[in-house]
Design a binder for this molecule. Structure first.
Ligand SMILES: [Zn+2]
Length: 696
């Protein structure tokens, strides 16, 4: 998975250790699924082949809240018990024999399968998709919450033929009958249940093979053909780079990527079938602000680290997230250069130092560690290990680790053993400092960075001089600024030292063409002095939506007489997928005196207030609620949308909505409105708002 939300996943779901079942080995599953969007139901049938390793008289599968219409062992009825958590069947089974278990079932998944857009009348926005990790595939398929059970899952899905269906493996065949089509997918290697996935929606795709011959399928919404290139930029280079860098060929038949709406994370590395947030579907201007490159590389790296070799349990989570983060960083180094790589390592080191200094540092072997530790400290640990071992021994160790444990499960000590063998080094001290200690060795890391990057050496020297010398800060900074062409040094100088820089220095700094440095100049200034007005106005033309948003807001606040001109210059700009520029623009336009006539004002107000509706992504809705709640009274429809948001499947959006509701309920008038509106509600929404209205 990638970053967003992972902290909560780790805290609440990652470490409910599932029961192992050592007496049997499930090795093959043939699955037929019929999703029913009208009732948000999954109807299915699965036949598992399994081998008995030690004689036993009962076997179970995890199956949440399922109804079984038949349970057959080798085609015959078998005594069973459905606990609504598991399906257990009872039969004396002899060792070394192979059996077939067939289950027909139906369920309305509480989680793991998400049905979106089926209740509204908007065409082409219907989707169904899954999220297995942290949510448990056993909510839609009787399967195994224990990651150690690896099965070759062959999935067939039957659905309305107008839709595109994507699942793990190679699409072997399709069969169309009237309005229905069955898609037959074929896997040829085993994986853990949490990596099983499917997505259903309206998609076009670009299919091709990479230079080294890996079939790649990149999906996009039919209206997004111009966004396909910037969204998926470098995809095939990254996949080829990773295969070469890791030194073990890509382990699966193909690689597919599917954006979906309101996804729970940034991305999820289902085997060969990454599902990711459509908030990364961007145009080429947004590329500088928010691109998919890092998440793209991260999920690809998981295809080896996590999918090919899988942790035995949460104690070994470093082997997934640290590795995916590190290899994604290596891919970015290949694409964007060494400076980019070392500045990014420096950024994460600063965050880790902060955590460590607050006494909140965490060990990588702690299954409850935060995402910052698993991802960023995890990547640092690997980079230090690589530096200790040298490229050759490091790569040799990685390869023997992957070869030895392919399609099975691993522990951190399995990995360390292979690295020791490859290098001949004793890694005890490494393990102590980097895996077991809760501290982050910032000084050691800084020395290391300075010796690796001239850029960072220069920057650290400047930091040191500024804290230790009596000379005027700006003189010291100017010397570095003038003698250095590195845009990252300039950007960081502005971010860290803008307060000690004069207007004339800043004015000169604006002559840089580097978009990130210009953005730093923009966001570090609240009120724009008249001497920098022209410079700030030029930012409205920059190819960055974050810069345009911040510049527009600051100019509008600082120069009331020019508001209309600024709005005219940014009219029609939508911005990032969360519509950052458009929402701000509408907000400012409605508030600007003498800008709009009555009809325009009504239209724009309607548009602005409309963005809280469930027909938009939660990023847009959250942005709209934030903008509206500050200044305008929310309409009844906004309040209904807010209640709807309070039971959304994305926890961060749900929490945002709930805290806004709580804030509004403090006002008796608002409470009265909620009470009145609650009469129109039912189900989860009604239950939630009632629970809030009852609290005194
Ligand atoms: Zn990940």
């Amino acid at each position: 998975m990638n970053l967003i939300n992972v902290l909560l996943f780790v805290l609440f779901t990652g470490f409910v250790f599932s029961q192992p079942q050592p007496s049997v080995d499930f090795f093959k599953a043939d699955i037929d699924i019929l999703p029913d969007p009208d009732f948000k139901r999954i109807n299915g049938k699965v036949t598992y082949s399994f081998k008995v390793l030690n004689k036993t008289d009962s076997v179970f599968l995890d199956a949440k809240n399922m109804d079984f219409s038949s349970v057959l062992l080798n085609g015959k009825k078998v005594r069973n018990a459905n606990t609504k958590e598991k399906i257990v069947f009872y039969k004396k089974l002899k060792a070394d024999k192979t059996y077939k278990l067939t289950l027909a079932y139906s369920t309305i998944p509480e989680q793991t399968v998400y049905f979106l857009g089926w209740e509204d009348s908007i065409p082409h926005n219907n989707q169904i998709w899954t999220q297995g990790q942290g949510k448990y595939t056993s909510h839609w398929l009787p399967s195994f919450d224990d990651m150690n059970e690896k099965v070759e899952f062959d999935l067939s899905l039957t659905f309305d033929k107008e839709y595109e269906i994507i699942a793990n493996g190679r699409l072997k065949d399709t069969l169309t009958k009237d309005s229905l089509r069955t898609w037959f997918f074929d896997m040829n290697k085993p994986m853990s249940s949490y990596l099983l996935a499917f997505a259903i929606g309206n998609y076009n795709s670009k299919k091709f093979t990479t230079k080294i011959g890996i079939p790649l399928e990149l999906y996009y919404y039919p209206g997004d053909s111009l966004k396909e290139e910037p969204t998926y930029r470098y995809s095939s280079q990254i996949l080829d780079f990773l295969s070469d860098e890791i030194g073990i060929p890509y382990p699966w038949q193909n690689y597919k990527q599917i954006p979906v709406r309101d996804f729970l994370y940034a991305g999820m590395e289902n085997t060969g079938t990454t599902i990711f947030s459509d908030g990364f579907v961007i145009d080429s201007i947004a590329f500088v602000d928010k691109n998919y490159v890092n998440v793209n590389a991260h999920e690809m790296a998981h295809q080896w680290f996590g999918n090919l070799v899988t942790e035995k349990d949460g104690n070994h989570h470093w082997l997934h997230e640290g590795f995916a983060t590190y290899y994604a960083l290596l891919a970015e180094k290949k694409l964007f250069g060494e400076d980019y790589f070392y500045w990014k390592l420096y950024e994460s080191a600063k965050q880790l130092q902060k955590l460590s200094n607050q006494g909140k540092g965490e060990a990588l072997t702690d299954p409850k560690a935060s995402s910052l530790t698993f991802y960023e400290k995890g990547a640092w640990a690997l980079h230090i290990l690589r530096t200790m071992l040298g490229d050759t021994a490091f790569k040799e160790g990685i390869q023997s680790y992957l070869n030895k444990y392919q399609y099975s499960n691993v522990t951190i000590s399995d990995f360390i053993t292979e690295m020791q063998k490859a290098s001949g080094l004793d890694l005890l001290k490494f393990e102590q400092t980097w895996l077991k200690s809760t501290q982050f060795p910032f000084d050691e890391v800084k020395t290391f960075l300075a010796s690796s990057s001239d850029d960072l050496q220069t920057f650290f020297d400047l930091q040191w001089e500024l804290t230790s010398s009596n000379t005027n800060n700006e003189e010291l900074i100017k010397k570095v600024w003038d003698n250095n062409s590195s845009p990252r040094i300039k950007e960081n100088i502005i971010l860290d030292y803008h307060k000690s820089l004069s207007e004339s220095f800043l004015k000169n700094a604006f002559t840089t063409e580097d978009l990130k440095t210009r953005q730093a100049l923009c966001i570090t200034t609240e009120r724009i002095p008249s001497g920098l007005k022209i410079q700030f106005e030029s930012l409205l033309q920059d190819k960055s939506y974050i810069t345009i948003e911040n510049a527009l807001y600051r100019l509008w606040i600082s120069y009331p007489n020019d508001r209309i001109a600024y709005l005219e210059r940014t009219k029609g700009v939508i911005g990032l997928p969360n519509k950052n520029v458009r929402l701000l623009w509408l907000f400012l336009a409605v508030l600007t005196k003498d800008y709009l006539n009555d009809v325009e004002k009504a239209d724009y107000t309607e548009e602005l207030f409309g963005y809280t509706s469930a027909e938009y992504s939660f990023e847009v809705r959250q942005n709209a609620f934030s903008v509206l709640a500050e200044v305008f009274p929310l309409s009844d429809q906004n309040l209904l949308d807010l209640i709807n948001a309070s039971v959304h499947h994305s926890w961060q959006f749900r929490n945002f909505a709930r805290s806004l509701i709580e804030r509004l309920l403090k006002d008796d008038k608002q409470k009265e409105r909620f009470l009145k509106l609650s009469k129109e509600l039912k189900g989860k929404e009604l239950r939630y708002i009632q629970s809030k209205l009852e609290v005194k």
